[in-house]
Design a protein around this ligand. Structure first.
Ligand code: BES
Ligand code: MN
Ligand code: ZN
Length: 499
């Protein structure tokens, strides 16, 4: 069970008891609604602010208990900083900041006067972004905490946002809430331990998207054998749990229009296989399906807001285990494309899964563009840390679109190079390609490998090994799994491939 924020909207009106929240820019600048609310405050807001040293600095807070002259029992003031400069990212963060302040105050319901000082834009879209920040901040993964103390028991927090245009804000929120739900779905999938979430169980989660009108098709071992997906099957053969390929189709666009294809790495657990990983930190590899989780979350978001686009999601679901039947270093397999692959390291398994998933997707669906997401390399963490996902593409227009949607969605990307010379590094005398290029430029040679299976489709690869999980906690994410990619993919479809 996850802790959630329930959000509703109403007109700005004087409070009747309970917790009220207002926002104040630097110098204690208030919007009209907030001004009116504090107008009766005995002694005036400035006096309290002076005593507490509160000046409206971004994300700071001032907490007044039993404020005489106000209708509310408690008033919290949250700083906006230089309110004229607030961005969409800031409003999302502020939603998280307010939620966190309310949690610390042990509140279960609050009324937030969401207006802004003069000169500050606050559209319905930004109101919805604030609400999304609150909802994402409220998320925790505590399903397996059986002995909860009273403090830990999940309580839904009820937020009433008082806004200028409740009807319009509610409409914007319907869209944004679907996106937030997609992020939360992706977080849940990544946080879930691998004993609970194997390939079969993950595929069932994808099937649940049918409720939103997504067509879902699950391919089993037999179907994949028939398609000659020996690269994906080779990874799966060391596990007692059989692989799955889940295909999700959202047909919201023009009939017959080439779809946007999203492809995800879904390694439910990556031990490394026979090239086994060291024990330290191996538990993180329950999150090696972060790419697949982002694709499922994005499909949820896209379907929930009934996007006017055709979008296909394809996820390769396997477990990478060492076993008597596991593949060995030195093995050579023929991928669905016919390309032969020499496996030099069984821990470079994600690219093998994606090789067949990418080839299948482009051959079967002839997509306009194809984007894969994968927790593919430790090397991308060395290059970019937790703050940017690595972007690789064979197409500058697609790369530009992704970079611009990364900016608007607040899920950052940094482009890294591909070239013929990097591609040569994965040549081998024994087969068409080898699955590792050695120590240097590890993220790039992994991307070069994938490119060989994208055929000539405009394609991009997002290496999310640093961003899908384990990033430092922030205003909108307190969970190990971030759900990275859902907002970005949804934004990309909305900005560039809809209508
Ligand atoms: N799943 C890992 C990459 C990874 C590492 C994701 C850390 C998240 C955090 C991937 O399958 C892997 O093992 N990659 C190897 C490739 C190497 C063997 C060429 C790596 O990065 O070391
Ligand atoms: Mn691996
Ligand atoms: Zn992996």
């Amino acid at each position: 069970m996850t802790k959630l924020a329930k959000i509703s909207f109403s007109r700005i009106a004087p409070p009747k008891g309970g917790m009220s929240v207002i926002l104040a820019g630097e110098g204690l600048k208030l919007g009209n609604g907030a001004s009116e609310l504090v107008s009766g405050l005995a002694g005036g807001l400035q006096r309290f602010a002076d005593i507490a040293g509160f000046s409206g600095k971004m994300k700071s807070s001032l907490d007044l208990l039993a404020p005489a002259g106000l209708g509310s029992d408690r008033l919290m003031v949250i700083g906006l900083g230089k309110s004229e400069e607030l961005s969409k990212d800031d409003w999302r963060s502020l939603g998280g900041v307010v939620l966190s302040a309310l949690q610390k105050a042990k509140t279960e319901a609050a009324t937030i006067v969401l207006d802004a000082p003069e000169g500050t834009e606050l559209s319905n879209e930004l109101v919805a972004e604030f609400a999304m920040g609150a909802k994402l901040r409220a998320y925790t993964f505590d399903a397996y905490k059986s002995k909860k103390s009273d403090d830990e028991k999940p309580k839904d927090l009820k937020l009433t946002l008082q806004v200028a245009d409740p009807k319009g804000a509610r409409k914007s929120w319907t869209t944004s809430e679907g996106i937030a739900d997609g992020v939360i779905l992706a977080r849940d999938l990544v946080n879930e331990p691998a004993n609970v979430l194997g390939p079969v169980e993950f595929a069932k989660k994808a099937e649940e998207l049918a409720m939103l009108g997504v067509e879902v098709e699950i391919l089993g071992e037999k179907e994949m054998k028939k398609l000659k997906m020996a690269a994906l099957l080779g990874v799966a053969q060391g596990s007692v749990r059989p692989p799955r390929l889940a295909v999700m189709r959202w047909n919201g666009g023009k009939k017959g229009a080439a779809p946007v294809a999203l492809v995800g790495k879904g390694v439910v657990f990556d031990t490394g296989g026979i090239s086994i990983k060291p024990a330290g930190g191996m538990e993180d590899m329950k999150g090696d399906m972060g790419g697949a989780a982002a694709v499922v979350g994005a499909m949820h978001a896209i379907a929930a807001r009934k996007a006017k686009a055709n979008v296909i999601g394809v996820i390769g679901l396997v477990e990478n285990m060492p076993d008597g039947n596991a593949q060995r270093p030195g093995d050579i397999v023929a991928a669905m494309s016919g390309t032969t692959i020499e496996i030099l390291n069984t821990d470079a398994e994600g690219r093998l899964v994606l090789a067949d998933a990418l080839w299948y997707t482009q051959e079967k669906y002839k997509p306009a563009i194809m984007i894969d997401l994968a927790t593919l390399t430790g090397a991308v963490l060395v290059a970019l840390g937790n703050l940017n996902a690595g972007l690789f593409s064979n197409n500058d227009d697609l790369a530009e679109n992704l970079l611009s949607s990364a900016k608007t969605s607040g899920e950052p990307l940094w482009r890294l190079p591909l070239s013929k010379d990097y591609d040569k590094i994965i040549d081998t005398p024994n087969a068409d390609v080898k699955n590792t290029g050695g120590r240097w430029a590890g993220s790039i040679t992994a991307a070069q490998f994938l490119q060989r299976f994208a055929n000539d489709v405009p394609w991009a690869h997002l290496d999310i090994a640093g961003t899908a999980f384990g990033a430092p906690k922030d205003d909108i994410c307190q969970s190990w799994a971030s759900g990275y990619g859902v907002r970005l993919l949804n934004q990309l479809v909305a900005d560039h491939y809809e209508g």
